[in-house]
Structure formats: structure tokens, C-alpha cells
Design a binder for this molecule. Structure first.
Ligand code: NAD
Length: 298
């Protein structure tokens, strides 16, 4: 059934996600602070909303794809925001990657207004957003998950219910903490192998079928050669930018701090990605950390 969907945050990810909802036959109202983002969305069949309030009042479903927790809290709970203006029963889907505490606080405020909310951060990048092949990690009640599912199915391919409110964000940062740590581990092994005169291809052949195997090695190898499709073969053009990895590692550290979890390697990974980003790695693929560990930017 066609719905009126409001979409706030029409950037690199939100723009193509919103267009996929248009293509599926929904009426989609879009709002963004960037005029260029709104113009691209309107050019692809979307309708421009004059304000968040207008969009929220008209929509059956609101999707948000914003940079960080402060933007999400502002857009939902600020003056003239979604919660002040949407009808009771409106379905709210926040796909931004934000801190777990903000996700849970906004979800509780939405429930107080009798709205149904999921946090549904994604992995899959801009290509996944454009192709409708994103993975969504969803936090919310069973009812909210079932209500969101038809819309998530349009924008994504793999949809996982991770538990109650905030658990989508929890799943995303836990996964990316594993990824950041494992990419550093694999990179250190290749740097050591170079120093010891062990060819990268040999280490790959051995470790990819031995106990050192992991996704960072066998699907995303950080040195050129073994996997022709990995960003290492195109001078570390992303891919998944180091700045985005750092954002997720910082969110994981924030959550570790508030929950009391000990994550010493997560802390070290955040520190190393900070150094890599500060030394020019920001816009490189996160696997480019191998260059930083080698002590050269070449
Ligand atoms: P982006 O900066 O391209 O888009 C964010 C958009 O939000 C911008 O167009 C900006 O103008 C708009 N915006 C900011 N504040 C606003 C406000 N108050 N009102 C209306 N619009 C506002 O970022 P992106 O790459 O699309 O990422 C969005 C989210 O998705 C982030 O949380 C990011 O961490 C997450 N994410 C991104 C990727 C990726 O590969 N780019 C992958 C997974 C998850």
C-alpha cells in the first residue's frame, strides 16, 4: 500500500534511500538544510517539504538519515520537531549512526507520544544505498519492527531485528569495533611479514586458510595483490572512509564508558585511527591504516 513518507537528511546515504522509496510508489516528502540535496531529490521524483513540522504532520512514516546524535535529538525533540508535529501512531525510522543513549532516549520520548519507533542504522555504504542492498540492524519492539519491515525491505537486502530500542545501534558499533581492531591486527601482520622478508601473497595464502583468517584479511586485504577488488589496489580510495570508522570507534568507546564494559583494544583502535586521520588519512579507506603502521604514506 502506498504511504506518505517523510524523509529528513537527503545526503550521500539518505538521498538515494529516499529515491528508492519514490521508485517503489510511495509519496515521499523530503527535507534537508542543503538546497542542492533537496534539488537532486526533487529531480528524482520526490516532493520538497518546507519544514520538519510540515513533513511530520503529513507523513504516515518518517525516516531520518542524519550525521550524529545531536542532530537526531534536535530533529525529533527540538522545537518544531517530529514529536511535536506527527500524529499518534506515526512510524519513525532513524537510520543515522548515533550513540546508543540518544537512540534510547528519543525512542522513549516517541513512545510517550504514542508513536512507533525503530533505530535502524545501516552498513553497505553509498553503493548499498543506491542499489537498495543495505543491511539494516534494527532496534525496537516486535510491533515496531514488523511495521518498519516493508519500508526497510525497499531500501535494503538484509534486515536483522537486534532486540529492543537502541540495539540496532549497539549491533552496529560492536560489529565495527571488531572490524577496526581486526583490520589493525591484519595490517600489523603484513608490516611484520615485510620486515621479515615474507611475501604478502604467501602470508595471505597461509593465513587465509589458517587460524588467522578473518574478514579484514580474506574479503578486504589491506595490501595490494591478493584481492584485486580491495581498496589497497586503488591507492586506498574508499570503500569505507577512515573518518567513518573513527566515528564508529568513538561511539563504541562512549558506550563502553557509560555501560562499564572493558574494551582496551577498542580504545587502542580508536587512538590509532585518530592518529591515522590526523596525519592525512581521513578520506582514505580505513584499510589504509597499514600505510600508517608501516610508517609511510606511500
Ligand atoms: P551526509 O553528510 O552526506 O548527509 C547528512 C545530511 O543531513 C546532509 O545532507 C545534511 O545537510 C543533512 N542535515 C544535517 N543536519 C540537518 C538538519 N538539522 N535538518 C535537515 N537536514 C540536516 O552523511 P551520510 O554519508 O549520508 O551519512 C548519514 C548517516 O549515515 C551518518 O550517521 C553516517 O554515520 C551513516 N552512515 C554512512 C555511511 C556512508 O558510507 N556514507 C555508511 C553507513 C552509515
Amino acid at each position: 500500500m502506498a504511504s506518505t513518507v517523510g524523509f529528513i537528511g537527503l545526503g550521500n546515504m539518505g538521498g538515494p534511500m529516499a529515491v528508492n522509496l519514490v521508485k517503489a510508489g510511495h509519496t515521499v516528502l523530503g527535507f534537508d538544510l542543503s538546497e542542492a540535496a533537496v534539488a537532486a531529490f526533487v529531480g528524482a521524483g520526490g516532493k520538497k517539504a518546507a519544514s520538519v513540522a510540515e513533513l511530520a504532520a503529513a507523513a504516515d512514516v518518517v525516516v531520518t538519515m542524519l550525521p550524529a546524535g545531536k542532530h537526531v535529538r534536535q530533529i525529533y525533540q527540538g522545537e518544531g520537531g517530529i514529536l511535536d508535529n506527527a500524529k499518534a501512531g506515526t512510524l519513525l525510522i532513524d537510520s543515522s549512526t548515533i550513540d546508543v543513549d540518544s537512540a534510547r532516549a528519543v525512542s522513549a520520548a516517541a513512545a510517550d507520544m504514542e508513536m512507533i519507533m525503530v533505530d535502524a542504522p545501516v552498513s553497505g555504504g553509498v553503493a548499498g544505498a543506491a542499489g537498495g542492498t543495505l543491511t539494516f540492524m534494527v532496534g525496537g519492539t516486535d510491533e515496531a519492527y514488523e511495521a518498519a519491515r516493508p519500508y526497510l525491505d525497499i531500501m535494503g537486502k538484509t534486515i536483522v531485528h537486534a532486540g529492543g530500542a537502541g540495539n540496532g545501534q549497539a549491533a552496529k558499533i560492536c560489529n565495527n569495533m571488531i572490524l577496526g581492531i581486526s583490520m589493525i591486527g591484519v595490517s600489523e601482520a603484513f608490516v611484520l611479514a615485510e620486515k621479515l622478508g615474507l611475501e604478502a601473497q604467501k602470508l595471505f595464502d597461509i593465513s587465509s586458510t589458517a587460524s588467522g583468517q578473518c574478514w579484514s584479511l580474506t574479503s578486504y586485504c589491506p595490501v595490494p595483490g591478493p584481492l584485486p577488488a580491495s581498496p589497497a589496489n586503488r591507492d586506498y580510495q574508499p570503500g569505507f572512509a577512515a573518518a567513518m570508522m573513527l566515528k564508529d570507534l568513538k561511539l563504541a568507546q562512549e558506550a563502553a564508558g557509560t555501560s562499564g564494559a572493558a574494551t582496551p583494544l577498542g580504545a587502542e583502535a580508536a587512538a590509532l585511527y585518530t592518529l591515522f586521520c590526523n596525519s592525512g588519512g581521513n578520506d582514505l579507506d580505513f584499510s589504509g591504516i597499514v600505510k600508517f603502521l608501516r610508517g609511510s604514506q606511500t
